[in-house]
Design a protein around this ligand. Structure first.
Ligand code: COA
Length: 201
């Protein structure tokens, strides 16, 4: 896929992606929550939840863990032209639901349709297997709320997330799988039997 002249693709994560996923999470967390949570708590959370070892384990035990890659966008220290992880989506299975545990993109790669594509890939994978998708987000993360609502999530349930003694209002949103968009490449008879979205390269 290409957005604004920048090529990207999506594939399942492998444990070797852990350092790059950790970097994406750190950059996106600081950028997204800097105005909502103090820096000390952010760093404490990242050290626990997004150390390379934690991310490797998360990749191994997640029900699904997909990464978005920028083609030939080279990070410092990488060989020229190497694909670079610019975002990810992590899912956990909970009975008849799949929960989007985390989805983050590097700040420079947001709002290009990549979050929607990561989500659509999971919808394709879950179609026929489960009843609904859920996500939990900070109530004051208005951009993320707009993103989820654009995907059809609703039925907000208000709650609270305790982060090292700080109470943060949060929301749980739900999307019945029957109403979820798979990006047009899912199990649609009018696409000549294709079951593979074109962005799954
Ligand atoms: C939230 C996030 C994963 C969305 O991915 P994305 O690639 O930026 O979003 P998309 O480009 O696929 O957006 C799809 C639609 O969602 C809505 N949307 C996304 N971001 C939005 C924003 N900041 N404000 C308003 N609407 C937004 C729009 O309707 C958009 O469609 P459009 O661009 O055609 O108008 C990404 O922006 C991100 O990593 N944000 C920071 C971290 C974060 O908040 N993660 C979620 C934690 S719960």
């Amino acid at each position: 896929m290409s957005a604004s002249g920048r090529d990207w693709s999506i594939r399942g994560a492998i444990p070797r992606d852990a350092p790059a996923v950790s970097e994406v999470a750190r950059a996106a967390w600081r950028n997204t929550y800097g105005a909502l949570i103090d820096a000390e708590r952010i760093e404490r959370f990242l050290t626990g939840a997004y150390s390379e070892a934690s991310v490797r384990r998360r990749i191994e035990i997640a029900d699904r863990f997909d990464v978005a890659l920028a083609r030939g966008d080279t990070a410092e220290g990488e060989s020229p032209g190497a694909d670079r992880v610019i975002g990810f989506a992590e899912w956990a299975l909970r009975g008849t639901e799949a929960e989007l545990v985390a989805t983050y993109l590097l700040p420079g790669w947001q709002r290009l349709g990549i979050g929607r594509a990561l989500h659509a890939r999971a919808v394709v994978g879950y179609r026929g297997r489960i009843e609904r998708l859920t996500v939990q987000l900070l109530r004051d993360n208005l951009d993320a709320r707009a993103f989820y609502e654009s995907l059809g999530y609703g039925q907000p349930v208000v709650g609270e997330w305790q982060l090292f003694g700080l109470a943060l209002p949060d929301l749980r949103l739900t999307l019945p799988l029957a109403a979820a968009d798979d990006g047009g490449g899912g199990f649609k008879a009018d696409r000549g039997g294709h079951t593979r979205p074109d962005w799954l390269s």
